[in-house]
Design a protein around this ligand. Structure first.
Ligand SMILES: [Zn+2]
Ligand SMILES: [Zn+2]
Ligand SMILES: [Zn+2]
Ligand SMILES: [Zn+2]
Length: 575
């Protein structure tokens, strides 16, 4: 089915398996099935709409509406939401049914839902079961962490994004099951390493790309189970330590070698997509243990999935953003443990629910906000099962007339402005473009002002107690000092835990604001666009005459400098 996107006016195709999926998950109420219609937005605009509902990193000072204590919150003060601290939100200090609405068939559904959101209590940050980690958001089961987002089960980690089961890691994206790793992306089971990209089971490595099972390698690409390699050249142990020592001597040397590595790695082939243990029917990028996962990115353990981004353990789903564990869901975001639900956001342990926000341990909800342990509610009002089904049927009939049924929660209802959300990081719309699609733009700067002395971080050797007599003095100065980002001029501080991690793991101190570090991390990945390309391999021993004929879809744009290989040529090239 060919359609024109209502938002960007581009043509897009609704494939047959998409239509079959919409049919499969269409709900039945009081004996009548309400079909989910084909989408009116293209896959990219649908992703943007979901992302506009997710603010991971913009945090504001606030006060809890009940206990009045100082908290941080994802909601900017000018939005005037009723924010509660986690303790109050999860307490019985307030009545979940204190604000409910009777559905009004004269008004659009989304207008009524917006009213409910404005009146309901919302929790300040989205973190579940986290301990001593006041500033983490969209994080689960983490302990002693600081400014980690979108991950779970991390311990003593700082500035991580979408990382799982890590210990003592700093400044990473998509790193899992690793320890003492910093400044790295898309790595698993790595230990005591820095500046790695797509490396697995590597120890004591620095500046490596696509290496597996390596120990003590530096500036290398595409190595398998190697030791003491320096820019892909094998060295004796002594020679290796002497050269690496020179490279890591000070921040200037490190910077030089980063530059050298960025040129060096282009001499080696790149696989057309980053996949590990995934089936051939997958497309997109960064897929691990995935089956039949199409046009999706950053997925782990997914099956029969399409148009999705950052998933963990999901099956038979489409159009899902940043969600872990679930089945038979469509167009949902920032949730966990969800089953048979559509158009929900920030929900946890929710079944058979639609158009709901920030609900937990619930089933059979329609248009609800901030409910816990409830069932059969519409706009937060309790009904019997029969009455619920009858009324939901009426509402969907009404929403079919208004064109609301089948659409995700609208951009204009989002509690966030475009430039506060994940959408801004991946889709660079400006203020007027953001407003054109119904979003808003936050101009006001709520950050605290500073005009005092600036502390400039020194080379790591200055902070090593035992090696430098001034170290204790320097550590104190660093922790009291305010630093200025060398790129953006934004002020920031180094927290004690972070400095300890730098010293223990021999990492140079950051000279850039966490936001700038985050921005540079994102710039390292390919954008979420797929290009049809041909394998660039011209090697003679692979069994193809001249250039390999295999075609594939890749996130490497045709004008990129990397030599991009099909799976088979790549496997032959790296062994
Ligand atoms: Zn579009
Ligand atoms: Zn409170
Ligand atoms: Zn090939
Ligand atoms: Zn080849």
């Amino acid at each position: 089915m060919n359609k024109t996107c209502k938002q960007c006016s581009k043509e897009f195709i609704v494939e047959d398996d998409d239509l079959a999926f919409y049919k499969k998950i269409s709900p039945t109420f009081a004996g009548k099935t309400f079909e989910i219609p084909a989408p009116t937005l293209c896959p990219k605009c649908r992703l943007i709409r979901r992302m506009i509902w997710r603010n991971e990193r913009r945090l504001y000072k606030a006060n809890c509406n009940l206990c009045k204590k100082d908290i941080v919150s994802v909601y900017s003060p000018n939005k005037k939401f009723k924010i509660l601290c986690r303790d109050c939100f999860w307490s019985d200090k307030w009545d979940q049914f204190q604000y409910v609405l009777d559905y009004d068939l004269e008004k659009p559904f989304f207008e009524q839902f917006k009213t409910l959101m404005k009146s309901s209590y919302l929790v300040n940050l989205y973190s579940t079961n986290c301990e001593n980690s006041e500033f983490v958001n969209q994080e689960m089961n983490s302990k002693d962490c600081y400014l980690c987002t979108g991950g779970n089960d991390n311990i003593e980690c700082y500035y991580l994004e979408s990382c799982i089961h890590d210990t003592n890691c700093v400044d990473c994206y998509g790193v899992g099951f690793s320890e003492k790793v910093s400044n790295s992306e898309f790595c698993t089971v790595c230990f005591s390493s820095q500046y790695l990209f797509n490396c697995h089971m590597c120890h004591n490595c620095v500046l490596c790309d696509d290496c597996t099972g390596c120990d003590h390698c530096f500036g290398s690409k595409n190595l398998r189970y190697q030791k003491y390699h320096f820019f892909n050249e094998p060295l004796s142990k002594d020679e290796y330590f002497s050269r690496v020592g020179e490279c890591l001597k000070n921040p200037e040397q490190l910077e030089k070698n980063k530059q050298r590595f960025s040129e060096h790695k282009l001499k080696y082939p790149y696989k057309y997509m980053l996949t590990i243990s995934s089936t051939d029917d997958c497309s997109g990028d960064v897929l691990m243990n995935c089956k039949n996962t199409a046009k999706s990115y950053y997925c782990y353990k997914t099956e029969n999935t399409k148009y999705s981004y950052i998933l963990d353990s999901m099956k038979d789903v489409m159009d899902i953003l940043s969600t872990g564990t679930g089945e038979l869901c469509f167009d949902c975001a920032s949730s966990s443990n969800i089953y048979g639900s559509c158009f929900i956001d920030a929900c946890e342990k929710v079944r058979n629910s639609y158009y709901s926000f920030n609900c937990t341990n619930c089933h059979n909800l329609f248009g609800c906000v901030s409910l816990n342990h409830k069932e059969y509610c519409i706009l937060n009002k309790q009904y019997s099962k029969e009455e619920y089904e009858r009324r939901v049927g009426q509402i969907i009939n009404h929403m079919q007339e208004t064109g609301e049924w089948g659409e995700f929660l609208p951009i204009s209802n989002s509690p966030f402005c475009f430039n506060e959300t994940n959408a801004k990081e991946h889709f660079n719309l400006d203020c007027s473009e953001a407003k054109r699609i119904g979003s808003c733009w936050l101009d006001k700067d709520f950050s605290s002002k500073y005009s005092g002395p600036i502390y400039t971080p020194k080379a790591l050797s200055n902070y090593l107690i035992g090696e430098n007599p001034q170290a204790e003095n320097e550590i104190a100065k660093c922790l009291q000092g305010v630093l200025k980002c060398k790129v953006t001029g934004q002020y920031f501080k180094i927290i004690p835990q972070e400095l300890v991690a730098c010293i223990k793991q021999r990492i140079e101190l950051p000279t850039e604001h966490p936001d700038q570090r985050h921005k540079e991390r994102l710039a390292k990945f390919n954008k979420m666009n797929l290009y049809s390309r041909q394998c660039m391999c011209e090697e003679t021993k692979h069994g193809h005459n001249g250039r390999c004929k295999v075609e594939f879809e890749t996130t490497y744009a045709p004008d990129r400098p990397e030599r991009v290989y099909c799976e088979s040529c790549y496997q032959k090239a790296v062994i």
